[in-house]
Ligand binder design. Structure first.
Ligand code: GDP
Ligand code: MN
Length: 391
């Protein structure tokens, strides 16, 4: 789960990371008041969306007067901001952060991620921050410093100092960097984060370290331990289809094709999508209905898939272990009737109670196409598309 920059800054500040003073606004007028409260001559107005790359997309602006703050904030509210990291629809701006402008001497990059190879938290840092980590890794890979933390010991002071020196920091900056590193590490570990990124971490004109941007994302499986983090969820930043599906216990990811997929198990779902592509089709979605799916859940899966207007055929592929083919078949028949389906449906069932399941489909009298293998199912779905018939 992602959170906003201003929320990440508040959390990290609580662990000891220096951040600029700022205030949140829900309207252009309020943004103006925030600037006045903060005082000073210049402010940075920042669109709060769950995405980076806002600077390049026009979502971050240095303003020199209260009027400019208001006017610029006015151009952001209610708009969808499209960045390099969002899809073509972008993300809605409903909050802006107004911050006293910082005097930047140098921009550093600092990130904490889960390294799956070493199964440990890895720190990634560079003396050349500001640009996205992907661009850094491409354009300036030699500047990247990586360090893995032993969970039994935690981040050691000598490691933190070593990293600070490797970034070319000197004098008091080294101690400041050690503080920032410990703070991020503790925040990451204590709150079950998946990612902490400060980009840029800047050296100001007075030589001090300040986090100008902050990004955190959290392990959704651990959110039950951190209700204060779970409360930061912002549904306005989520794909409404994926959010509704998640509320119904379905793992759904929308894609660009026209073959709607209802599958149990993430692995089988991936394999089915590969098989669709191999057969010359494009999946409209990834959908895992999970184990023990009731007929109601299957119905819900149909509704979710059908919210995508590009879908022209539905492929149901179930390998029933915990699931039972008769439940799934009942769900398919029920969905057909309740949703008033007119699209072709291909069903492939295997595993527990497969005979009963196939019988339910056969006796339903519905024009459901049955397939025995995964490959047959994918080919049947590709052939059943109206576009395929026209061609
Ligand atoms: P992102 O593009 O979504 O990652 O947003 P950032 O918060 O990283 O802002 C993008 C860029 O705006 C930064 O890399 C800085 O160069 C610039 N920026 C942000 N805050 C300030 C500031 O206080 N003063 C100045 N001069 N530039 C800033
Ligand atoms: Mn940034």
């Amino acid at each position: 789960m992602d959170i906003h920059e201003y929320q990440a800054k508040e959390i990290l500040a609580g662990f000891g990371v220096p951040v600029p003073r700022g205030g949140l606004a829900y309207s252009p007028e309020q943004a103006g008041y925030r600037a006045r409260e903060l005082g000073g001559q210049a402010w940075v107005v920042k669109a709060q969306i769950h995405s980076g790359g806002r600077g390049a997309a026009g979502g971050v602006k240095l303003c020199k007067s209260e009027d400019e703050v208001r006017t610029y904030a006015g151009t952001l509210f209610g708009k969808n901001l499209v960045t390099k990291q969002t899809d073509a629809a972008g993300k809605g701006v409903y909050r802006v952060w107004v911050e006293g402008a910082s005097d930047i001497r140098q921009e550093l990059y600092l990130g904490f991620v889960m390294d799956r190879t070493s199964e440990r938290i890895m720190i990634v840092a560079s003396a050349h921050g500001g640009m996205e980590i992907e661009d850094l890794a491409q354009g300036d890979p030699d500047s990247l410093r990586r360090m893995v933390v032993d969970p039994a010991v935690g981040l050691a002071d000598y490691q933190a100092r070593e990293l600070a020196f490797a970034l070319g920091l000197t004098g008091g900056q080294v101690a400041q960097m050690v503080t920032v590193l410990h703070a991020c590490y503790r925040a990451y570990r204590d709150l079950d984060a998946m990612m902490v990124e400060i980009n840029p971490l800047v050296i100001t004109g007075t030589g001090d370290l300040v986090a100008l941007d902050a990004k955190m994302s959290f392990d959704t499986n651990a959110l039950y331990k951190h209700p204060q983090i779970a409360a930061l969820r912002d549904p306005s930043q989520e794909d409404p289809r994926e959010a509704t599906a998640a509320d119904n216990g379905l793992a759904y990811v929308g894609l660009d094709g026209d073959i709607g997929c209802i599958i149990n198990g993430a692995g089988l779902a991936m394999a089915t999508m590969d098989m669709i592509k191999l057969s010359g089709g494009e999946p409209a979605n990834f959908l895992d209905i999970g184990g023990g799916a009731s007929p109601e859940r299957v119905c819900q899966a149909f509704r979710t898939v059908l919210t995508d207007k590009n879908v022209s055929v539905i492929l149901v592929n179930i390998f029933a272990g915990i699931n039972r083919c008769d439940w799934i078949a009942n769900g398919v028949v029920q969905a057909y009737r309740e949703v008033g389906l007119t699209l072709p449906v291909v069903v492939r069932l295997a595993g527990t109670n497969v005979k009963e399941g196939q019988e339910i489909i056969r006796n339903s009298g519905l024009p459901i196409l049955a397939a025995d293998t995964l490959a047959e199912a994918a080919q049947a779905a590709v052939a059943a598309r109206p576009t395929a018939a026209a061609a």
